[in-house]
Design a protein around this ligand. Structure first.
Ligand SMILES: *Cc1c(COP(=O)(O)O)cnc(C)c1O
Length: 413
């Protein structure tokens, strides 16, 4: 769980701003609201336009977003990061700037609903997409075509808590020289870095565990340094200059951030950076809570099924244990017994918050079929094994005994 820095995960985050030259002994980089950044000499202005690190117009970043990017790069053990206004903006930038008409994308079918919808848009633009059960490496391999340019998976997929064969796919992509993109939002770099499973790019929604306080939206794309961009045909001629390890992020930043414009504000970047200081503490507590809650619910006769990677009957329990270092994430799916009136049960909850969103300090609960899978209709839901009595729970950092007691009192009615 340590990064490539000289210190451990949390030490690196806590001392990052200070070590990168915050003024007057400040322990946080200041919050820069400036939209433009001015120069004394025109030569310096021109140099920034021609690729020298620096700031010009805030759509391409500010010193505040750069300070957050440095922290995320260290967390993921990567070589660079570009931040965006949301996680979806980060994913859009990756897909739209690196793929073009006629390319083929292999994606896990266990992905965030909005990402699934985004892939539909990509298909309309002429990118061919194959959705596979990426818990099984053979299915990923079987989807390979000569035009395959990218393989996309999530490290821990909601609401079913599927864990793809992250390492096996990474190894295969490395031999096939395919760009491997991992959305690491729900495991977070604290449980597993994208680099550890040989991803080329890692996407994180900063709105979830990394920010952690449900007070800011953000997204990030990190280059792990493992992918050889000189072999990637979709890099524009103008970005094929200098060290090829920078080509991918340069294109994502220019085409995806500058041109598409979904920029993270300095204000949100600052709040996310403060949240990130306690990622390891919060994530550790949330994982411990989730394990305790899942064990308690699994024994309750009014609960039909608990799907949580920390339980030995989870299909990817051993894989999760190996990949995530003995912790299992903060997400679970819970199916109540048919005798329980789901809505009446939910309305009796006092600690659990009835809300969408994931990775907050507060425990959130959502009826899956009626909300995130509503658009899909009953037939597709049945195919995907989503029953009307299924809940998604994103476990927070409250006291575990309060969570267990609240769930049990609401079940009793
Ligand atoms: C929430 C989420 C996103 C999108 O992030 P936003 O910041 O809400 O846009 C992407 N991927 C996963 C796995 C998510 O959970």
């Amino acid at each position: 769980m340590s990064t490539n820095g000289s210190n451990g995960f949390t030490t690196d985050i806590l001392h990052s701003d200070r070590r990168h030259g915050a003024e007057a002994g400040a322990v946080h980089k200041p919050l820069h609201p400036s939209a433009q950044y001015a120069f004394e000499r025109v030569e310096d202005l021109v140099a920034v336009f021609q690729g020298k690190p620096g700031f010009s117009y805030a759509r391409q970043g500010t010193p505040t977003t750069a300070a957050l990017e440095a922290k995320i790069t260290r967390m993921e053990g990567g070589i660079g990061t570009v931040t965006f206004a949301t996680g979806m903006a980060a994913l859009s930038a990756v897909f739209l700037t690196l793929l073009k008409k006629g390319d083929h994308l292999i994606s896990s079918k266990y992905i965030f609903g909005n990402t699934n919808s985004l892939l539909g848009t990509l298909e309309n633009l002429g990118v061919e997409i194959t959705l596979v059960d990426a818990t099984d490496l053979d299915q990923v391999k079987a989807a390979r075509r000569p035009e395959t340019r990218m393989v996309f998976v999530e490290s821990l997929a909601n609401p079913g808590t599927y864990i793809c064969d992250l390492e096996g796919i990474g190894q295969w992509c490395a031999t096939e020289k395919l760009l491997y993109v991992v959305d690491n939002t729900l495991s977070t770099p604290w449980l597993c870095t994208g680099k550890a499973v040989q991803a080329g790019l890692v996407v994180n929604s900063l709105s979830k565990h990394i920010g952690g306080h449900a007070n800011a939206l953000g997204g990030a794309v990190t280059d792990t340094g493992l992918f050889d961009w000189s072999n990637f045909p979709n890099i524009n001629e103008v970005y094929r200059k200098g060290n090829s390890s920078n080509w991918g992020l340069t294109q994502i930043k220019k085409k995806g951030l500058r041109d598409m414009g979904a920029t993270l504000s300095s204000d949100a970047a600052h709040r996310i950076a403060v949240g990130a200081e306690t990622l390891a503490l919060r994530m550790g507590k949330a994982c411990d809570n989730a394990l305790a809650l899942s064990k308690a619910l699994a024994q309750n006769p009014l609960v039909a099924r608990v799907t949580y990677p920390g339980l030995p009957d989870h299909p990817q329990h051993e894989r999760a244990k190996h990949l995530f270092g003995g912790r299992y994430g903060a997400l679970m799916a819970v199916e109540l017994d048919n005798s329980v009136d789901l809505f009446a049960f939910m309305n009796r909850l006092k600690v659990f918050v009835l809300a969408t969103h994931l990775g907050d300090n507060r425990t959130l609960v959502l009826p899956v079929a009626h909300t995130i899978y509503y658009e899909m209709g009953p037939e597709l839901r049945a195919q995907m094994g989503i029953s009307d009595n299924q809940l998604r729970i994103s476990v927070g950092t409250e006291d575990a005994e309060d969570l267990i007691a609240d769930f049990e009192q609401a079940l009793k009615g």
